[in-house]
Each structure stands twice: as C-alpha cells, then as structure tokens.
Write a protein that binds this ligand. Structure first.
Ligand code: SF4
Length: 577
C-alpha cells in the first residue's frame, strides 16, 4: 500500500507551489542579493520550474568542509528544445553562452535538450536571459512539475516522415502546455518575451495553482523509429500512418522509468496502449489525459506522484472511462503494438531535399570546448562557414548536422576529423550504443559515477574483444533513470561509490523492461562479468538473436550463473523474488 492511500496530506512541495505567487517566490530577490550564495529549500523547488537546479561541486565537498568552507554552489541550466531542433544560429549562440557563463561544455540530454553545468549564481540571470534573447530558446518548463521538453523523432522533417507533421505537433504541444504565469518573464527577461511586453498574469488555465503532481513527459514518433522510447513516456504519441499518410495517433500512457532503491512501492513501468485519436482532436485528448493526472495524481508522496502509479493502481478501464467522461464521447482503442525500429542516426545520409546530414556520436552527450581543437570549436567552424544549416539533438544524446550541400561533404568531413567528432566510422559498436547520465560531480542525487566512468568500462570491454558486440549498455548514477535505463539490454545503476546494480533483458526497440540480475557489483568486476555474459550470448546464438532478447529468454538465474562463472563469490546476488 502506498503512503498516498494512508495519508493524503499534501507534500511540502505542494504547499510551496500553491503559495508561490505563480512560481515567482523570492527568486528575484535572491538573485539580486550578492550576499546570498544559494537558494533556500522553498525557492530552489520553484527554481526548477524556471529551468534550473541548484547543485554543488561534489568533488569539492569534503576538501571544502575540511577547510571550513561552504559548498561550492553552482547551477545547472537546461534549455527546452522541442524535438531537439536548432538552427545554426541558435547552436552558435548556445555554444557561446556555455563559454561565457558555464563550464564551457554543452551537455546534450536524453530528452533532446541542452544542459549547462557550473553556472555561478552571479551569472544565472544573465544566462537564462541570454538563452531566451540570444538563442531564442527558453528554459521555462525544462524542469519542474509541468509538461517537460516534448520529444520527437529527430528525423521528423527529413524524408517521407515530413508529410506527417510530427514536429509541428511536438511544437504545438510544447506551446499549449507551457506555464502561463508571467513570473518567468518578469524575473529573467525584464517582463518581455521576443521583445514584446508580457502582461502580468498569475492564472494557470490548465495547471491551476498546484501545477502537476510531478513532472509530465510526452513524445511523438513513428513506429519505424522509436528512439524517443514511447513506452517510457507519460503519454507516448505513436503516429499511425499508411505509406506516409497520416491516419491518427495511438496513445500509450503511464510509462515511467524511475524508482528508488529499496522501495518496492516505486518501479519502472511500460506505458499502456489506450486509445486512438484523430489529428483534429489530438490536443484535446492529450489535455484531457494530462488533467486526469493533475486531478487524481498522488500529491502526498512525491515518490509515488508520477502518472504511471495512477494508471497502475486504477487500471486502463478506469482511465478510459474517465477520459471519455471528460471528452463527452468515446474513442476507438489503440491498435496493437506494431514492429518498432530504433535509428541512432549516426553517419551520413541523403535527405529529401537532395542535401546531406551527418549524425555524430557524442560520448555521453558531452561536447567540450577546451582549445581550438575541441569538438565545439569544430562545430563552430562548420556553422560559421555556413556548411550546415542546423542541428538536431537525438534521444541518444547525439548530434545530427543538417542541410549540408553535397559539394561541402568533404570540407565538413575534414573538420569533423580534425576536431575528434565521430560520424560513427572510428568507434566500436559497443561504444556507439552505450549511454550514461550526468551523475557526479554535479548531480545531487548520484550515488555512483556514470558519465565519467562508462567510457572506462567500455574501454575495458573493447580491450577484452567485445567492441564489435551490438549490445546497448545504459548506466545511471541512481535509479531515477534519466536515460531510461530500465529499457537497456544491459543496465547498470549506481548503488554507492563504485557499486552498481546490474539488470538485463530490455530491448533496443524500447518495449521490454530489464529484470534485476545482480544487486551490487564492484566496478572492478563489471567488465569481467559483462564479458562473460557477452561471451555466452555469442557462443549460444552466434549473434543471431539480439543480446537483450537472449538475456530475457535466459532469465535472472541463468544470467547470474553465467556472470559468476570462474568468479563465484565476486558479487551479491539478488534474493529470489
Ligand atoms: Fe542524477 Fe540519477 Fe539522473 Fe543520473 S539518473 S543524472 S544520477 S538523477
């Protein structure tokens, strides 16, 4: 039984939202006071709605404490970029802002946004203002209890998919579910948006004074490319089409990947196929579903406040009934699960306008700018010379350059080579498929390394001869699963410094959850264990079956045995369920 069933007292965050004056809180005053080094608990909750998390450099915590110093406070600032689409000018502006106000890196996110890390409090206001005014993007709604960045198949505009208007729908949803309070514009942009004054407003016609119980996530995709992972979203909008002609949308609801170690009331959940909506009603239907979560979601226990728990507890029939009641009509059921593909978009290909695009593998989404030979310097050269028209951030945290004239291909390829930007040619299959969340040193929730450690682990596996294995390894520093870890063929989730829980059995199509295999593995033993599992898979299937399918068929017991061969006491097995 969840705490929500026993205690309906609203959580502290619910009160903070309700008393915030439309999310304004004291943010403006705290920003303006140079004597204040960081935000208090109430205001840092509100700051999230404005697109920023207060953090501190965790590498410096102990030395600073020993020296009697306060934490090294800093901020993560996240830009919301529907479908991950940027013009060359926007990319250049974002790159410049990273050098001006942050640590010089751009972190491409698994929801197709961009994060900056290491922004000082003294630069926070200028950074957010510049994202709006110089890059013409926004941080509003990139975090907080609202509809987050809407994901979309990154190829939405490039080939036969262009006629499906997926990206247009993604942008409509993003705009429709934006918070309406003018506090954001007053605090960060002197009361203006796009150079126009924003009238003072505290009314939220969709969200109300309490906003959503928790974050809410949506994505749009065709079955041919489920890189957005529709089954992990609060609402996955699966485009139904016939030969590129739009027929409608199958809605998959109540997916969510996060959980908490040791709390059985929290778990990852695959979405449920609910209803089919036609193009003229899609926004109305999505809004009705979102408001069901707004009205019935758990507001007493934030660990149980995601939509997935409501869908799990009440069931699809209840949800359908409530949805039809709100709409005043019934909808057809969603069709059966079609065959899904997953395109990482890495490499060169021609687009429907006769030009080229090139997908670049970006190691864990981190683009760096140290020196003139850096990756960001190379991208700057390409965009400044008008060799590419725009960029797209993929759900795998990679970057695609678009609008390249065929005559410029060699020039672009030469710059990519000079700046260590990979079009997929010189990296192993294993590395290309692997993905990590940010974790240490900036994420306050990280229990173990992720982004800084996964490349080492992959390197060890490459040295053992596993580089050519098309196996997807996903790693996070905690079970919040920011990169949708429970869908990985192999998933590693931080349990503590140098310790990881190992799960297996997801699929690259994103339609099956992993199951736990080992509770706590020392990082020194991970490469050996994974190598043994990959070896067993190769021997048994000759790679004729995807690793995740093989692992799912084996089951936890067999995988534990295979993982431990020759090293029986090397790790803690999970207790039998
Ligand atoms: Fe931080 Fe956990 Fe998200 Fe990783 S998964 S970025 S550790 S919250």
């Amino acid at each position: 039984m969840s705490s929500s069933q026993t205690d309906q007292t609203p959580s502290k965050v619910e009160l903070i939202k309700a008393q915030s004056d439309g999310l304004a809180g004291d943010i403006a005053q705290i920003l303006a006071d140079p004597q204040v080094s960081h935000f208090d608990e109430d205001n840092l909750q509100l700051l999230k709605f404005h697109g920023s998390y207060q953090q501190d450099d965790r590498d410096l915590r102990i030395p600073r404490k020993r020296a009697g110093l306060d934490k090294a406070w800093m901020f993560m600032v996240r830009a919301r970029i529907p479908g991950g689409q940027l013009s060359a000018r926007q990319f250049l502006a974002m790159e410049e802002l990273g050098r001006r106000y942050a640590n010089g890196t751009l972190r491409l996110t698994s929801r197709q946004g961009i994060q900056y890390h290491g922004v000082g409090k003294e630069n926070l206001k200028a950074m957010v203002a510049a994202i709006n005014q110089e890059a013409e993007l926004t941080t509003l709604g990139a975090c907080g209890d609202v509809n987050r960045n809407v994901m979309c198949d990154p190829a939405a505009r490039l080939d036969w998919r262009a006629g499906l208007a997926m990206h247009e729908l993604c942008e409509r949803i993003a705009r429709h579910f934006e918070a309406q309070s003018s506090s954001y514009w007053e605090i960060w942009c002197d009361g203006e948006r796009d150079g126009q004054p924003v009238p003072h407003n505290r009314e939220e016609p969709i969200y109300g004074t309490h906003y959503m119980p928790r974050k809410f996530k949506m994505a749009v995709a065709v079955p041919e490319n489920n890189s957005v992972q529709l089954y992990s979203q609060d609402i996955g909008i699966e485009v139904v089409h016939e030969g590129g002609r739009l027929l409608g949308y199958d809605l998959i609801v109540g997916g969510g990947m996060g959980s908490s170690h040791g709390n059985a009331a929290t778990f990852p959940r695959l979405g449920t196929r609910l209803v089919r909506a036609n193009p003229s009603e899609i926004l109305e239907v999505v809004e009705a579903i979102l408001t069901i979560q707004r009205d019935f979601g758990d507001r007493s226990d934030r660990k149980r406040a995601r939509f997935k728990y409501l869908v799990e507890e009440r069931g699809a029939d209840w949800l359908r009934g409530e949805l039809f009641r709100r709409l005043g009509r019934e909808l057809a059921p969603a069709g059966p699960l079609p065959a899904y593909g997953n395109d990482d978009m890495v490499g060169w290909r021609e687009t429907n306008d006769g030009r080229l695009m090139v997908g670049l593998h970006v190691l864990n989404g981190r683009l760096r700018s140290e020196g003139e030979s850096s990756q960001l310097a190379g991208l700057r050269r390409i965009f400044e010379a008008d060799l590419a028209e725009g960029a797209m951030i993929t759900p795998l945290q990679d970057l695609v350059l678009t609008g390249i004239a065929p005559a410029d291909r060699d020039a672009v390829a030469a710059i990519l080579g000079e700046h260590g930007l990979s079009d997929g040619q010189n990296i192993s299959r294993l590395r290309r498929l692997s993905m990590a969340c940010v974790a240490l040193p900036t994420c306050g929730l990280a229990l173990a390394e992720s982004e800084r450690y996964l490349p080492t682990l992959v390197g060890e596996l490459e040295a053992l001869g596993d580089g050519d294995a098309p196996v997807q390894i996903l790693m996070t520093g905690c079970p919040n699963a920011c990169i949708r870890t429970p869908l990985g063929e192999l998933a590693l989730v931080g349990r503590g410094p140098g310790k990881y829980a190992l799960s297996a059995g997801g699929s690259q199509q994103g339609t099956r959850l992993t199951f736990p295999v080992l509770e706590k593995v020392d990082d020194a033993q991970l490469a050996g264990i994974i190598h043994r599992l990959i070896g067993a898979w190769r021997e048994e299937t000759r790679q004729g079956v995807p690793f995740g399918d093989w692992a799912a068929a084996q089951g936890a017991e067999a995988l534990r045995r295979l993982a431990g061969e020759g090293n029986q006491d090397s790790h803690e097995p999970l207790p039998n369920p």
